[in-house]
Ligand binder design. Structure first.
Ligand code: RFL
Ligand code: PHB
Length: 390
């Protein structure tokens, strides 16, 4: 098979890249190791920054997002049962976030790609990338036990944290940074009307809790748990009791309901400081992971793709390689900012040490500063809705 851009992975990164290239008349082939049903039902993110929604609007893939997504103009932060609201509208000049499940984003993007004639090959696992230091790279992939080759001008490694693209980069061309946090998230989806109009991030002496939403009838909630914990330890009854304790504040009443999804996710930060080599370019989780406390992972994947698509388009349309050369540096500014914000949110809200420890007092001091300082609340609001210009 021959194409201009070979894309590995049909997650938010790969799918948005294909749409941007297709719009510019550039041919691509996308390989996805899983089935279409599997990727369309994989439950993950929910928080979309304004920039991400703007791009989906521009690509004309946001009709359902506008019908079913929930626009939020603020967020609640709780600390030891005390609740404050950060008003985005007022602090960021009208920017906001949209709550819309990642699996819905993926469904919309796959449909748009298929309608527009982009070739996505499902259940096709990329095994090897070769010759990317030349102008004729090749991706070897397997489907139904048979080996095939995609010959292309560029390879986009959009294959997530466990993919092969990052491992294909020569080890000498990047430095790696890794932080494993001593806690994980137990995430649930439940047929329960949300108990709040906007997200609640809560610090509690028993651990962090997050109340998010999916629709008028479905809630998404998370609990901080130990890294060695398993879902078997968490009956539905225990989950609702724990959420009710950790989220409690004046006047708050938790609605409960049938839990239909339960999973534990470890919390980590991961970074490489160079996302390209020759004609191989990484984007999204393939190059960086942030703990989900800031709601940044999917949004960063889309931000990388804006740089990558514009660099590839500039190469084909204007014969210019400048943007391709600068790709990593252009992406890394935003990624490091988001790493810092996600780390800040993680340390602000997770229980790390005893209730009367030095750590606890620092966390409390941070919360009180947000409460009393418009400058600090503004810093949080502008990072949370997503910085506009980096
Ligand atoms: P993905 O989504 O992992 O897609 C990679 C795709 O590549 C495929 N693949 C391969 N295909 C072919 N050959 C191979 N060898 C392959 N190896 C892998 C995989 O099957 C997959 O389909 O990466 P992408 O596109 O970079 O997107 C990243 C986002 O998925 C991720 O950052 C977010 O889910 C993170 N995240 C959140 N991000 C937000 O922006 N806002 C949030 O509110 C938010 N909440 C979350 C999250 C992630 C969570 N978990 C479960 C990790 C909440 C949670 C709990
Ligand atoms: C979600 O809705 O799944 C969600 C929202 C905010 C986060 C993380 C996850 O920080």
């Amino acid at each position: 098979m021959k194409t201009q851009v070979g894309i590995i992975g049909a997650g938010p990164a790969g799918l948005s890249l294909a749409l941007l290239l297709q719009r510019a008349g550039i041919d691509c082939i996308m390989l996805e190791s899983r089935s279409r049903e599997y990727v369309e039902s994989r439950v993950r993110a929910g928080l979309l920054e304004q920039n991400t929604v703007d791009l989906f609007n521009e690509l004309q893939v946001a009709d359902r997002l506008h019908k079913e997504g929930l626009q939020h103009h603020g967020v609640y932060f709780n600390f030891d049962g005390e609740s404050i609201r950060i008003p985005f509208d007022e602090l960021t000049g009208g920017r906001c976030i949209t709550i819309y499940g990642q699996q819905e984003v993926v469904k919309d993007l796959i449909k748009a790609n298929s309608d527009r004639g982009v070739k996505i090959i499902f259940e096709a696992t990329a095994a090897k990338i070769e010759d990317f230091e030349t102008t004729a790279p090749k991706i070897y992939f397997k489907q139904n036990g048979e080996e095939h080759i995609v010959e292309c001008d560029f390879v986009a490694g959009c294959d997530g944290y466990h993919g092969i693209a990052r491992k294909a980069l020569p080890a000498k061309c990047y430095n790696e940074f890794k932080k494993e946090y001593p806690f994980s998230w137990l995430g649930i989806l439940a047929n329960a009307a949300p108990s709040t109009d906007e997200l609640i991030y809560a610090f509690h002496e028993r651990g962090f809790a997050l109340h998010s939403l999916r629709s008028e009838k479905v809630s998404r909630l998370y609990l901080q748990v130990d890294n060695d914990d398993t879902t078997d330890n968490w009956s539905d009854k225990k989950i609702w009791e724990e959420l009710s304790i950790r989220l409690s504040s004046k006047g708050f009443m938790l609605h409960t309901g049938e839990i239909f999804e339960k999973a534990i996710t470890p919390m980590r930060s991961f970074m490489i400081d160079n996302m390209q080599y020759g004609r191989l370019f990484l984007a999204g989780d393939a190059a960086h992971i942030v703990p989900p406390t800031g709601g940044k992972g999917l949004n960063l994947a889309v931000a990388d793709i804006k740089w990558l698509s514009s660099a590839i388009i500039d190469f084909y349309n204007n014969n210019k390689e400048e943007k391709l050369k600068n790709y990593s540096a252009d992406c890394l500014r935003r990624i490091w900012r988001a790493q810092d914000f996600s780390n800040f949110m993680t340390y602000l809200f997770h229980k790390q040490a005893a209730h009367d420890s030095f750590e606890y007092h620092l966390q409390k001091a941070r919360f009180e500063y947000i409460q009393s300082s418009k400058a600090q609340a503004t810093t949080i609001a502008e990072n949370y809705v997503g910085l506009k210009d980096i």
